[in-house]
Design a protein around this ligand. Sequence first.
Ligand code: THU
Length: 130
Amino acid sequence: MSLIDDARAVRENAYVPYSKFKVGAAIRTVGGTVYKGCNVENVAYPEGTCAEAGAIAAMIAGGDIAIAEVAVIADSPEPVSPCGGCRQKLAEFAKGEVKVTLATMDGGRFETTVGDLLPGAFDQDYMSRV
Ligand code: THU
């Protein structure tokens, strides 16, 4: 099973009564464990969470911290583009060279990296004086 298959499977569980836009995300850690997440919306719209955030939360709850690969899938005309907040969240736990595959349900694929998704990231180095 590929990481995209994992993302596609969890996407089915997305709770999206407002946008109807289901997203699935899967993370493989450096140790090989796969964590999955889907978007979870809320009637108070800003309280919704993205698929990527769900997968990261599952990873941290599972005791892992280092991302080796990411896949995200949605039923969109072009491969789904992670929001700015999720780019920052991924950068917290992934090196810049980590591969991110963005996918559509009908086979569209765009391969990028965490570093290309968030050039010039605000990272832990900025905290070195505190
Ligand atoms: N969404 C994600 O979960 N991940 C992305 O990469 C893009 C957008 C969600 C948020 C919201 O539930 C819905 O897609 C529409 O914005």
